[in-house]
Design a protein around this ligand. Structure first.
Ligand code: CP
Length: 305
C-alpha cells in the first residue's frame, strides 16, 4: 500500500516497522536525519482546523530535509469551484510527492488515494483526520506511546472515555490495537455518545466510568466533539464532568502506575481536570512529541521503502 487512508491499510509488520523507524529517527543525529528525504515535497492540505497534526507533519518533513507546501482552502481556488482532485493534481504539478489531507468528509482521502494511484502512482496520500471515521496517524502515535510505558500491552486494561460515537481517534486507536492483537479495551461514554457494539467488536462498551477505571493501566480521555453533533445532544459541562470527567479521585481507583492520555485538544475542567492533565501520570505532551517521530517514520516508510 502506498497510501494511508485508514489503519486497515497497514499489516502488523508494517505497524511494527513504522514504530522501529520512529525509534531510530529519534536517536539519529539531526544533520544525518536532514539528508534522508532532501528535495521531496509535502503538500499539507488541511480543510479542517488542526494544531498538533498539521504542525507535527510540517516539522517532521522539515527535519527530514523536505520542503512543505501549505494549502489554505479559503484563499485557494477551491472557493472558485476547483475540485479536490484538480487541487491535488495542481499540487502534484508544482512538485508534491506526498499529500497529507484533513477534511470533514469521511471518504475524500480513500477516494483521492485511489485516483492518485491511477494518475500518479509514485505519489502518497496520508489521512490526517477524515470526519468521524479515520485518524490513522493519531492511532499509530497513541499505540506507540502506550507501548513505551507498557511494553506488555497485552496484559493492560485500556480505557477510552468520551465522545466515542463521533471520535475518529477512538476508531483508529482501537483498530491499531486490534492489528497488534491487544485485548481488554473498554469504551466509556454517556448512552447517546456510545457507538454500535458491532463497529467495535474488540471492545467492551460501558456508561460507568467509576467501574471501568478500577484497576485500569491506561486511561485515554476524549473531548466532546460539539462540531459534529446536534445542539440538543451536547452534554451539560458540569454534569458531564461529574459523571465522565477524569479527576484525581477517579484516577486513584486505577493502578498506581496507570498512565493518562488525551489526543488533544483538551477541554480542561470538562473531560479532564487540570491537576490530572498536568500531573505525574499524564503522558499527554509525550504523545504530541511521539507524533513527530511517527510522522517522520511514515514519510521514511513511504518515500524510502
Ligand atoms: N489530535 C489532533 O488531531 O489534534 P489537532 O486537531 O490539533 O491536529
Amino acid at each position: 500500500m502506498s497510501h494511508l487512508s485508514q489503519i486497515h491499510n497497514l499489516s502488523k509488520s508494517d505497524v511494527l516497522e513504522i514504530f522501529s523507524r520512529a525509534d531510530k529517527l529519534r536517536t539519529m543525529p539531526p544533520e544525518e536525519r536532514a539528508l534522508l528525504l532532501q528535495h521531496k515535497i509535502l503538500a499539507n492540505v488541511f480543510f479542517e482546523p488542526s494544531t498538533r497534526t498539521r504542525l507535527s507533519f510540517e516539522s517532521a518533513a522539515k527535519q527530514l530535509g523536505m520542503h512543505v507546501l501549505t494549502m489554505n482552502e479559503s484563499q485557494s481556488s477551491r472557493v472558485k469551484g476547483e475540485s479536490f482532485l484538480d487541487t491535488l493534481l495542481t499540487l502534484k504539478a508544482v512538485g508534491a510527492d506526498v499529500f497529507v489531507i484533513r477534511t470533514k468528509d469521511e471518504n475524500i482521502c480513500s477516494d483521492m488515494a485511489e485516483k492518485m494511484s491511477l494518475l500518479h502512482p509514485g505519489t502518497h496520500v496520508i489521512n490526517a483526520g477524515g470526519g468521524t471515521l479515520n485518524h490513522p496517524t493519531q492511532g499509530l502515535l497513541d499505540v506507540y506511546s502506550m507501548l513505551q510505558h507498557k511494553p506488555e500491552l497485552k496484559n493492560s486494561k485500556i480505557i477510552i472515555c468520551g465522545d466515542i460515537k463521533h471520535s475518529r481517534v477512538a476508531r483508529s486507536t482501537t483498530q491499531c490495537l486490534a492489528v497488534l492483537g491487544i485485548p481488554n479495551i473498554h469504551l466509556v461514554a454517556p448512552e447517546h455518545l456510545l457507538p454500535n457494539q458491532s463497529e467495535f467488536s474488540n471492545c467492551v462498551l460501558s456508561t460507568d466510568l467509576d467501574s471501568a477505571v478500577s484497576d485500569a493501566d491506561i486511561i485515554m480521555m476524549l473531548r466532546i466533539q460539539k462540531e459534529r453533533m446536534q445542539h440538543t445532544d451536547i452534554p451539560n459541562p458540569e454534569s458531564y464532568q461529574e459523571n465522565f470527567g477524569l479527576t484525581t479521585i477517579r484516577l486513584n481507583k486505577a493502578q498506581p502506575d496507570a498512565i493518562v492520555m488525551h489526543p488533544g485538544p483538551m477541554n480542561r475542567g470538562v473531560e479532564i481536570s487540570s491537576d490530572v492533565a498536568d500531573g505525574k501520570q499524564s503522558i499527554i505532551e509525550e504523545q504530541v512529541n511521539n507524533g513527530l517521530y511517527i510522522r517522520m517514520a511514515l514519510f521514511d516508510f513511504y518515500l524510502n521503502p
